[in-house]
Design a protein around this ligand. Structure first.
Ligand code: AMP
Length: 284
């Protein structure tokens, strides 16, 4: 694996590879890698000739400074895991390399409705930060294929919109969520939970599964109210949202016709850690 810290050196290197006909796949991460990230690397390796990963904890996407300060950093094991997974190139920039002009006057993106709901509503500025870093990273790497996790369902939609706004010829390929045996979606933030909290946190998965099993056409408000109670009873401190939305547009669906494709999405706090998860609803 070749390590780059300088953006212009990486761009130059990748341009040569592209000109020689090699396709470039890209997996952006914030490090503290787990099996979910490694699945993205595997998908990237099977889809593209060159697999590029990045590790950069982007300060502009954290609306909560405590969350940024406590974000886990495990660089040594990350390097080993990427090497073992066969990643070809790692981009490991510092903040000044990504935001050479500082972070005060960064672009603002027209994300429309997507920024006003769910994660956009509960984490003001978060998706602008995601776009600021992705604009920069994609500009540096300019991959043919971009691999991102379905676990961050709304983020995939936001980045798709960024790619459309920039008219870039990049295909975004969403990769299914990797889970612990308990069903808990793997996340770097899980490292901040103790064993008991990890077991309790599996309630997000079981609750989403139950929604999928019990959903009927008609009004869905009782279903989401019951799901919220189940999550709180399992030991969560607070539920930011549990929502049933159109799988393509993310508009909330309160009355289901039995045909529209739905996705159930949840965000909740346990032990001061905010977790998110989602599940496409079977049969929808
Ligand atoms: P992060 O390091 O949290 O910014 O995540 C980097 C990428 O890994 C994003 O595209 C995430 O959606 C993806 N990812 C995170 N957790 C999982 C998971 N459990 N399964 C699949 N992809 C994931």
């Amino acid at each position: 694996m070749i390590l780059f810290k300088k953006a212009d050196e990486l761009t130059k290197y990748l341009r040569t590879k592209s000109e020689n006909g090699l396709s470039i796949g890209f997996v952006p991460t914030m490090g503290a890698l787990h099996e979910g990230h490694i699945q993205l690397i595997r998908a990237c390796k099977s889809g593209a000739a060159l697999c590029v990963a990045s590790i950069f904890v982007n300060p502009t996407q954290f609306n909560d400074p405590q969350d940024f300060a406590k974000y886990p950093v495990t660089l040594d094991t990350d390097l080993l895991a990427l090497e073992q997974a066969g990643c070809d190139i790692l981009f490991l920039p510092g903040v000044a390399e990504i935001y050479s002009e500082g972070t005060d006057r960064l672009p603002v993106y027209d994300l429309g409705y997507l920024e006003t709901i769910l994660e956009g509503f509960h984490r003001p500025g978060h998706f602008q930060g995601v776009c600021q870093v992705m604009d920069r990273l994609l500009g540096i790497v300019m991959p043919d294929q971009l691999f991102m996790g379905k676990k961050d369902y709304q983020q995939c939609m936001v980045v798709k919109r960024l790619i459309m706004l920039k008219h870039w010829p990049i295909s975004l390929l969403p990769v299914p969520t990797v889970r612990e045996a308990s069903g808990l979606a793997m996340s770097s933030r899980n490292k901040r939970l103790n064993e008991m909290q990890k077991q309790q946190a599996a309630a997000l998965y079981t609750t989403l599964t139950q929604i999928g099993q019990s959903i009927q056409p008609g009004n869905l408000s009782q279903l989401t109210a019951t799901a919220t109670q189940a999550i709180l009873q399992a030991g969560f401190d607070k539920v930011d949202y549990i929502a049933l939305c159109d799988a393509d547009t993310l508009t909330p669906v309160t009355n289901w016709d039995g045909h529209r494709s739905l996705v159930a999405l949840v965000a909740a706090f346990i032990g001061g850690v905010r977790l998110i998860d989602n599940m496409p609803l079977p049969g929808a």
